[in-house]
Structure formats: C-alpha cells, structure tokens
Design a protein around this ligand. Structure first.
Ligand SMILES: [Zn+2]
Length: 101
C-alpha cells in the first residue's frame, strides 16, 4: 500500500467578468479600462455610449471593484438627491459634416 494519492482539488480559474451591466441602458455592455499609471479607470458602455471615469483608489482594484464603485456611486446619487429635477439635457447637435466640394 503506497502513499495515498492526494486528491488534487483543482480550482477552476474563474474568469472574472469583464463586461458588466449598464445602469443606463440595462445591457451587459460596460467595459472597464484601468489605467493604473494614472490611477483612474474608464467605464464605457458599448451599447449606449455611456462613459464615465473613476479614480482607482487601490492598486489592487480590478474591473469588478471599479464597477462596484461605480454602482455604489450611482445609488448614492439617486438616494441623496431625492428631488432630481435637473435633467441633464446635453443637446449634442451632431450635424452631419457636409464636406464642401
Ligand atoms: Zn449602456
């Protein structure tokens, strides 16, 4: 009887999600880009083109941490400002560039 073979419990490397739910359009289309050298992160929705920037508070922060921070921020905003009567109407006039020929 030899040594008992130790059961190797392999922990499957769980792939951390890199795409998150967008709070604006509800689609799973938020991508997080971390720029560690500048200690900031950019969240971008591939669906509704929503974009925001967040500070990377800890070097250990991963995409999910950034996203959680963003969600917290959004909820904090919506709860602290009970009367949100300031719709941000950013009228971005996207006129088709008419090239003069
Ligand atoms: Zn979106």
């Amino acid at each position: 009887m030899g040594r008992r073979r130790r059961k190797v419990i392999r922990i499957p490397k769980k792939k951390l999600p890199k795409v998150f739910d967008c709070l604006k359009c509800g689609q799973k289309a938020i991508r997080v880009e971390i720029i560690r050298s500048e200690q900031r992160a950019i969240l971008r929705c591939g669906n509704c083109k929503f974009k925001t920037e967040l500070p990377v508070l800890k070097q250990a922060y991963g995409e999910i941490d950034i996203y959680n921070q963003f969600v917290d921020q959004q909820y904090a905003k919506s709860t602290s400002t009970a009367s949100t009567t300031t719709p941000t109407t950013t009228a971005t006039a996207t006129e088709p560039e008419q090239g003069q020929t």
